[in-house]
Design a protein around this ligand. Structure first.
Ligand code: G4P
Length: 524
């Protein structure tokens, strides 16, 4: 197959949702369609169980499984589909944000009864920031749901994106009869007793009185609602969708595998092929001959005896070839990768060639950090996602004086992996770990001990946010740093960060230093 055709047939995307909306169930059903798995339940255990916050065995088990399910590649109707898994647990949302840098589009799953939930909003904010095309799948229609029009209004309001339904539900809950597909004008009837992926009854002509035979009194309501839909919502157009301004919406029930095939079928048709990617220097186009790519995720400790890691490379241009020499731009050295892996059907296997859109697993002994660029020699740097201010902060202290070197190395490597963020106080040199959730502190402590033989202790610290500061007024910036020197820290890349104790303190600082801007993200 020609290089350009390989690019055209690739669809690399992520499925995101608020926990419990049905991401895992939908992923599994998509994999069933692709023949990537054969039984339901195969993806199910890729989840940290609710309330398992200090169950380390669970975390370890989870990390083992999630390597296999980090990327799920499969073939469907001539398309090569790569689903990038994102952790559902909100304590790991930075991981999810980073994975979103490697996708070309996103499917957001929403629970039809609960509507837009906090995590959905946060994830959508990241998609909006990156102008990522989004499809919405409204799930659990087999259960009592909110009114369809209000749900769509809520999505428009809270997710700040225009919507266009491409399917329409006929009732919900126990009365759920099916969906009408507005994209190819067919009706699909819901029958909870048929849960496999066989075809169901289809109905083409909506104006025919035969419709009543299938859905009874709901027929008239459906006709009315569809008329309203056509009146209220704009025609589906590819351009605003691809620009991240319009989200096509589908309805279904992932559990009953209902509406999933329509979703997949339309998805492969409308979702973007691998897209050009911005670097600090220039835009890289997928069809460029030379390879370029970036590391968006690192998985450590695959084998605890060998401190092995896998760095996940997103191929952005050119063909990745096994045993070819590539340049590691940050280190300025060349690397030859003899056993890169690909992830097909949730199995890891050695890959000889990979194309734009594909994810390649590179065995790593500590050469890579998140954001690293690989090229055939050119010095370019892919723009990553900025760091977000953590929510929780603790001092990290050495609890075993004999092991301070191990602790230093462990903390460094865990931060490179993106487990949490490290700040160093400019006042007293103490190290501060910032996380999104409590679970991350526990993971750090556990992994330092088991992988690096180091012991650490966390001490409380009163802190509200880490603010990256910026100003064109150099004198003012210097004055601020002098005045607030007790609260100034450096992030891992040596940038100045103001560690605000409280919202009030931050407000005071903002009022006093009007020409300084305070950012909750590291790039602005
Ligand atoms: P997540 O990955 O987004 O966190 O959600 P997940 O797929 O694990 O689904 C959360 C719960 O919702 C699961 O039930 C799942 O079976 C159920 N679910 C998913 N899709 C549908 C749907 O379309 N209809 C209905 N009625 N339920 C759905 P659970 O009881 O928490 O887990 P399990 O015991 O079934 O595994």
């Amino acid at each position: 197959m020609k290089f350009s055709e390989e690019i055209k047939r690739r669809r690399t995307f992520g499925i995101v949702s608020h926990p419990d909306a049905g991401k895992t169930t939908l992923t599994e059903k998509l994999l069933l369609f692709g023949g990537a798995i054969h039984i339901a339940g195969a993806v199910k255990n890729n989840k940290i169980k609710k309330g398992a916050t200090s169950d380390f065995m669970e975390i370890e088990r989870q990390r083992g499984i999630s390597v296999a399910t980090s990327v799920m590649g499969f073939e469907y109707e001539g398309y090569k589909i790569n689903i990038l898994d994102t952790p559902g647990h909100q304590d790991f949302q930075e991981d999810t944000f980073r994975t979103l840098t490697a996708v070309d589009s996103v499917i957001i799953v929403i629970d039809a009864a609960k509507g837009v939930e906090p995590q959905t909003e946060k994830l959508m904010n990241v998609c909006r920031m990156r102008k990522t095309p989004v499809i919405v799948f409204i799930n659990k229609m087999d259960r009592p749901a909110q009114d369809t029009f209000s749900l769509l209004d809520e999505i428009e309001d809270q997710l700040k994106i225009k919507v266009r339904p491409l399917s329409w539900p006929i009732n919900n809950g126990p009365d759920f009869k099916g969906v009408y597909n507005l994209y190819n004008h067919s009706l699909k009837l819901f029958d909870p007793s048929i849960q496999d992926i066989e075809e169901k009854v289809e109905f083409k002509d909506i104006s025919s009185s035969e419709l009543e035979n299938y859905i009874g009194d709901d027929a008239e309501t459906l006709r009315e609602e569809l008329e309203l839909v056509e009146g209220v919502y704009p025609e589906f157009e590819s351009k605003p969708y691809l620009e991240g301004e319009l989200a096509p919406v589908f309805f279904g029930s992932a559990l009953y595998n209902f509406g999933v095939q329509e979703l997949l079928h339309t998805f492969v048709e409308i979702a973007p092929t691998p897209q050009p990617v911005q670097t600090d220097e220039r835009i890289v186009k997928p069809e460029e001959e030379k390879l370029s790519g970036f590391i968006f995720k690192i998985h450590a400790n695959i084998d605890p005896n060998h401190r092995s890691r896998i760095a996940f490379l997103k191929v952005c241009s050119g063909t990745f070839e096994r045993n070819k020499t590539y340049k590691h731009v940050r280190l300025g050295k060349t690397l030859r990768i003899s056993s890169p892996t690909t992830f097909m059907a949730s199995q890891k296997e050695i890959v000889d060639f990979a194309y734009p859109g594909d994810i390649v697993g590179l065995p790593d002994t500590g050469n890579f950090i998140i954001g690293d660029t690989l090229t055939e020699g050119e010095n370019i740097h892919f723009k990553g996602l900025p760091s977000f201010s953590p929510e929780l902060f603790r001092y990290i202290e050495n609890a075993d004086p004999m092991k301070s070197k191990q602790l230093g190395k462990g903390v460094d490597q865990l931060m490179d992996e993106g487990v949490a963020q490290l700040f160093t106080s400019q006042f007293n040199g103490r190290k501060i770990i910032g996380t999104v959730g409590q679970l991350q502190f526990e993971v750090i402590q556990f992994r330092l001990e088991h992988e690096y033989g180091a012991k650490c202790r966390f001490e409380p610290i009163q802190m509200y946010k880490a603010c990256w500061i910026q100003s064109d007024n150099h004198a003012s910036l210097e004055e601020f740093k002098k005045r607030k020197y007790q609260k100034m820290a450096k992030d891992k890349r040596g940038r100045d960060v103001f560690m605000a104790d409280s919202q009030f303190i931050l407000q005071m600082a903002q009022d006093e230093f009007k020409d300084i801007s305070f950012h909750f993200t590291s790039e602005y």
